[in-house]
Design a protein around this ligand. Structure first.
Ligand code: 9MR
Length: 391
């Protein structure tokens, strides 16, 4: 029964995608070259076209980048995700006052340009407004009140974007590296979950139920990182399996996929396990539950896990040599081969940004810059782009 429902979801998603995807993926010329401000030149094929028979290709956008990168976005992408603009603190900074203006502008741009919209993220342990978990007197709010606040937020937001946002990351990052649920006891403060502290694991099922009630047509995702870690992968699988057994309306799993140019050499570092095989096993495991899978936040950093970098070794446009550009391209190529091989269950691949001038990986206060996407800081296609489009 479970598998049947989910394959219906996959079919529906493909039908929906076909209606927005470009027809005629007959581009004959080599990509690259005279792409002007980053859009494709005449006769050049685009990512959107080349992948129209596979899955939508998405990009995370922010309040500025959807305008500044409009040429690239509309030429190459068929889906967008708001990078920060639909997070709890962005939409309900003070209780009961919803601020939709920025997100609405992005959604209008998407609808004017035939782009699907993924909503990110309804319930997360980060980027929440201070009032959310507070009783207003210095303590935590009660479980009853927090549950009401969560339901009110999800209902309001999902209803507001009904028919415009086709998929939601409903719960983000609820599982730790060892496969256990994220609790309030995690060592680092920024890893702790107040949702779990106050509501226990019940918040997860309730979040999905509330979102489904608000928009029964939206696809509801559980989204997380490090899916290549065997224990985390098993923990996510077990949680999803329990949710499905309880008839909780979860339709898919998001694999964030913040990758590095190579796996870590240090076996105590999570990215030691960052191989195509390990990620593929996550795709197979989750889809065996009848769930669809989306790659939701893809990028390939130049920095390798477990290696210590300092100002002198931070990459710049000069030290991002041709050799490195081609190694990054090879890394993209091997993952995309796997994604394409699983197009029956992978229903979207989204990059976490558009071009290298605007990436969360260069947000560090240390000044560390990174070059993790397919288009360079001048919006021109990189070798990584060729690796993804030539197959
Ligand atoms: O890209 C986002 C960045 O601009 C924010 O500063 C950061 C704050 O937490 O969140 C980033 O996006 C994250 C996403 O929401 C969830 N998965 C990890 C992403 C990168 O940190």
């Amino acid at each position: 029964m479970r598998a049947q429902c989910a394959s219906l979801v996959v079919v529906c998603s493909l039908v929906a995608w076909t209606t927005v995807g470009c027809t005629g993926s007959e581009g004959t010329e080599e990509p690259g070259g005279s792409s002007g401000a980053g859009g494709a030149g005449d006769g050049e094929s685009t990512l959107r076209q080349e992948y129209s028979a596979y899955f939508p290709i998405g990009a995370a956008v922010d309040s500025g980048s959807y305008g500044s990168h409009a040429d690239l976005l509309t030429a190459h992408f068929s889906s967008i995700t708001t990078e920060n603009e639909m997070k709890f603190e962005s939409l309900q900074r003070s209780e009961g006052r919803f601020t939709y203006a920025t997100a609405d502008q992005i959604v209008e741009f998407a609808s004017a340009n035939d782009l699907l919209v993924r909503g990110h993220a309804l319930v997360w342990h980060r980027q929440n407004p201070p009032w959310l978990f507070s009783d207003g007197q210095g303590g935590d709010v009660s479980a009853d009140v927090l549950l009401e606040r969560m339901q009110a937020h999800i209902s309001n937001v999902v209803t507001h974007f009904k028919g415009k946002v086709y998929a939601w990351d409903v719960v983000n990052e609820a599982i730790m590296n060892d496969g256990a649920l994220r609790t309030a006891e995690e060592e680092a403060a920024d890893q702790q979950s107040k949702w779990y502290a106050i509501l226990g694991d019940a918040y997860i099922a309730e979040a999905f139920r509330t979102a489904h009630e608000a928009d029964p047509d939206a696809k509801l995702f559980y989204n997380d990182y490090y899916n290549y870690l065997p224990e985390k992968q098993r923990g996510i699988y077990d949680m999803l399996s329990r949710l499905l057994d309880e008839d909780v309306p979860v339709h898919g799993v998001g694999l964030q996929c913040h990758l590095s140019i190579e796996p870590s050499a240090d076996d105590s570092h999570p990215s030691y396990y960052q191989t195509v095989e390990n990620l593929e096993s996550a795709v197979e495991l989750y889809s065996s539950l009848g769930l669809e899978v989306q790659v939701t936040e893809l990028d390939v950093s130049l920095y390798v896990g477990g290696v210590i970098y300092d100002e002198a070794s931070f990459y710049t446009s000069v030290t991002f040599t041709e050799d490195l550009q081609h190694r990054q391209a090879d890394r993209y190529r091997e993952f995309f081969e796997m994604f394409r091989a699983h197009r029956d269950v992978i229903t979207g691949v989204t990059f976490w940004g558009i071009a290298d001038d605007n990436t969360w990986l260069s947000e560090f206060s240390s000044g560390r810059t990174d070059f993790p996407l397919l288009f360079d800081t001048d919006y021109q296609p990189k070798p990584a782009y060729d690796a993804v489009i030539d197959f």
